[in-house]
Design a protein around this ligand. Structure first.
Ligand SMILES: [Zn+2]
Length: 282
C-alpha cells in the first residue's frame, strides 16, 4: 500500500491514472536535449505523467487532494492523451474500503482538467458531484478564473467540473486552515491562485506541492518551469521559498505528476539539490 504515517495522520497515494502529454509543455524553456534525459518521450514527443491524488486521514476526517482526470472524457479525447485509468480514483478508494460518500473534504490545488476532472461524474449524461457529502475547497480567485476562461485556458477549465459542485464549494480567500492538521497555502505561479496543501502532525510536516513542481526535477532545478504557468516569474519565487522551507523543515514533498517518484525530500549537497524518494511505511 502506498501509505506514509505522518504523526497522527495517514497519507495514502491514490492514482487516478496516467496520461501522455507534450514534453515541451511540461518543461517550458528547457531544451529538449536536456529534458529527454529526465523523461523519455514517445514518438509523438509526449512524456508519461501520473495523476497522483492524496487521501489524508486526519482529525477524524477523510480529505482528498485532487480528483485527477475523471471518467468524463470521450473516447477520442482520452485517446489523445493515451489516458489509462483502470477504474481510476474511485476504484482506488474502493480498494481501501472507502466509498465517495466517505469523503468529507475535497481540495483542488487548481481547476485544470487533470486536477478537477474527477470532481464530477456522468450519470445519464449529466455531470453530478462524485463526492456527494464533500465540501470542495478552492481558492476564490481560481474559481473565478475557471468560470470565465480565456482562449488559453478554455480547453482545461471545463464547466462540467465546476457548475455541478457550485452548491458544495467553500471558496478560500488566501491561506486557510481546514482542520487542525491540514492547511491550504497559496503557491502562486502556475495559476494566479494555485494552492498547495500543508499537513502537520506531531511536529512532522508534508506538502502536496501541486503543479508548482509536477516532477521531482522541477523541485531540484528552480528554472525548470512548465510552459502552462500563467506567471512563470512568480513560480520561480514561490519555488525558491518552498525549497527553502522544505530544506529547513525536512518537508515530505508529494508530487502530482511524476510517474516514478511520487514523494520524497529535498537534500542539498554542495549547493546542488537532489530529490530523495521516500518509501511507504505501510
Ligand atoms: Zn497538472
Amino acid at each position: 500500500m502506498h501509505t506514509i504515517t505522518l504523526g497522527q495522520a495517514r497519507l495514502t497515494l491514490l492514482r487516478d491514472g496516467t496520461f501522455w502529454m507534450d514534453g515541451g509543455g511540461l518543461f517550458g524553456l528547457v531544451p529538449r536535449t536536456l529534458w529527454v534525459r529526465q523523461a523519455p518521450p514517445d514518438d509523438l514527443n509526449r512524456v508519461e505523467m501520473a495523476l497522483n491524488c492524496l487521501l489524508i486521514e486526519a482529525d477524524g476526517q477523510c480529505i482528498l487532494v485532487e480528483t485527477g482526470m475523471g471518467a468524463k472524457l470521450s473516447e477520442r479525447e482520452a485517446g489523445f492523451f493515451s489516458l489509462k485509468r483502470d477504474g481510476g480514483l474511485t476504484a482506488r478508494l474502493a480498494e481501501l474500503g472507502r466509498s465517495p460518500a466517505d469523503v468529507d473534504l475535497v481540495i483542488n490545488t487548481h481547476l485544470h482538467n487533470d486536477h478537477a476532472g474527477g470532481n464530477t461524474t456522468l450519470v445519464d449524461g449529466q455531470a453530478v458531484p462524485t463526492f456527494p457529502r464533500a465540501t470542495y475547497c478552492v481558492q476564490r480567485r481560481e474559481w473565478a478564473d475557471a468560470l470565465f476562461p480565456d482562449e488559453r485556458t478554455r480547453a482545461t477549465y471545463l464547466s462540467d467540473n465546476l457548475q455541478p459542485i457550485a452548491g458544495q464549494v467553500r471558496l478560500l480567500a488566501g491561506d486557510e486552515r481546514l482542520t487542525p492538521s491540514v492547511r491550504c497555502v497559496v503557491t502562486r505561479g502556475h495559476t494566479l491562485a494555485h494552492q498547495s496543501v500543508l499537513i502537520e502532525s506531531d511536529g512532522q510536516r508534508a506538502l502536496f506541492v501541486g503543479d508548482l513542481g509536477p516532477f521531482a526535477v522541477h523541485m531540484e532545478r528552480l528554472a525548470w518551469i512548465t510552459a502552462f504557468d500563467t506567471e512563470p516569474l512568480e513560480t520561480l519565487e514561490t519555488k525558491r521559498a518552498i525549497v527553502r522551507l522544505a530544506l529547513e523543515d525536512d518537508l515530505l514533498l508529494i508530487l502530482d505528476h511524476d510517474p516514478r517518484v511520487p514523494w520524497g525530500r529535498l537534500r542539498e549537497r554542495d549547493g546542488k539539490l537532489t530529490f530523495e524518494s521516500a518509501t511507504s511505511n505501510q
